[in-house]
Design a protein around this ligand. Structure first.
Ligand SMILES: NC(=O)c1ccc[n+]([C@@H]2O[C@H](COP(=O)([O-])OP(=O)(O)OC[C@H]3O[C@@H](n4cnc5c(N)ncnc54)[C@H](O)[C@@H]3O)[C@@H](O)[C@H]2O)c1
Length: 341
């Protein structure tokens, strides 16, 4: 039964992928879109096959009693203002990454949701990907033993051929290589290794290619993490590469290793000289239509039905990832000096 009515803020690339994903869940349906552009409700409804009301002012959409969840897909610099307003209007919130580009903004969003008793879900949808769900299951089965090293890296060239290039090249909206896109890899590393991070150290640089000249910040960074349990990890966030999209994972533990979709486990007594292969759908595209939003939104609506926080990507859990990112960016600004998390 469709009983979770969603209003989407923004009507760009991510919004259209969200729209289809929400409507494909058991409970969710998109009933409104709020955009600074004047949109035609009849046209939008016909295009997406469901009745959609159109708003140009967020306050008007928030006053709509027929909306349960507000889904924020607009520019990062507006995330705090929009998420805090939605929480104050007692709407549950889906928030695209980055949650926001500063620790103060993230903490305001978290505080507003908690003060108003609403649930939040950050679009770290990669946690719901088949690749990371299978990888996590392998870890939970103990096939790699105790992890002491892990790296998850993000390689995705965001150049003029990519829609968000027109705004994420600026420091204000893009923030850093980690904030604008590499956050998915760092978040996946924390999902696999645990999010108890003691300190980070990060350095950054940028490509000499003219495609990336407009960027006002370094578009390649590498971050080394020390976990509280003694393990170490690494995330490269590379948004200025010229190659296919690649989400690289290498985990090393006391019983074996995993490299992307290959692994070796001493527990299986297979030949250590060769990898065994896992059959799973890999995260191999930056196209939002390939991202596992539907599985994530289904989990959010199920959690709302149970009156529980979002599993894996709640505001509180995502804020822990952003705390590590802000510490990494601080370290990079200081030339790589370790920063406590
Ligand atoms: N989780 C992911 O993997 C993922 C992927 C893509 C984008 N995102 C995030 O989603 C958010 C939006 O990114 P996007 O790719 O949808 O960006 P986009 O450039 O398509 O849209 C960005 C904003 O600009 C507005 N906009 C678009 N075209 C417009 C026009 N012609 N006139 C006026 N306004 C216009 C949109 O409504 C939206 O608010 C960002 O926070 C981004 O980081 C996340």
């Amino acid at each position: 039964m469709k009983n979770v009515n969603v209003g989407i803020v923004g009507y760009g690339w991510a919004a259209t992928a969200h729209l289809a994903a929400i409507n494909a869940t058991r409970q969710g349906r998109v009933v409104a879109v709020c955009s600074s552009r004047p949109l035609d409700a009849a046209e939008l409804s016909a295009k997406h096959g469901c009745p959609i009301r159109v708003y140009q002012r967020l306050d008007d959409m928030l006053a709509d009693p027929g909306i349960d969840v507000v889904d924020i897909t607009g520019l990062p610099s507006l995330h705090r203002e929009q998420a805090v307003a939605a929480a104050k209007a007692k709407k549950h919130v889906i928030l695209e990454k980055p949650m926001a580009n500063s620790p103060e903004e993230v903490s305001d969003i978290l505080a507003a949701a908690e003060a108003n008793g609403v649930q939040g879900c950050v679009c770290f949808e990669c946690r719901f990907s088949n690749q990371f769900q299978v990888t996590k299951a392998l870890l939970d089965e103990g096939l790699l033993g105790r992890l002491h090293y892990g790296e998850v890296d993000y390689y995705h060239g965001i150049g003029p051929w990519y829609g968000q290039y027109r705004w994420n090249t600026g420091k204000k909206e893009g923030g850093s290589a980690l904030l604008t896109a590499g956050c998915h890899a760092l978040d996946a590393l924390l999902m696999l290794m645990g999010d108890e991070v003691e300190s980070v150290s990060s350095i950054s640089t940028k490509s000499a290619s003219e495609f990336f000249t407009p960027y006002e910040y370094d578009t390649s960074s590498v971050t080394i993490l020390r976990f509280k349990n003694g393990a170490v990890g690494k995330t490269a966030a590379i948004v200025d590469c010229l190659q296919p999209y690649y989400f690289h994972t290498h985990l090393v533990g006391s019983e074996g290793s995993l490299l992307d979709d290959r692994f070796h486990s001493m527990k299986l007594k297979a030949d250590k000289g060769h990898w065994s292969r896992l059959s799973m759908k890999m995260l191999d595209s930056g196209d939002v239509s390939d991202h596992p939003y539907q599985a994530q939104f289904q989990a959010f609506f199920d959690a709302l039905d149970r009156g529980e926080p979002m599993p894996l990507t709640s505001f509180r859990e995502a804020a822990r990832t952003f705390a590590v990112i802000f510490a990494a960016d601080k370290s990079a600004a200081q030339g790589g000096a370790p920063v406590a998390v």
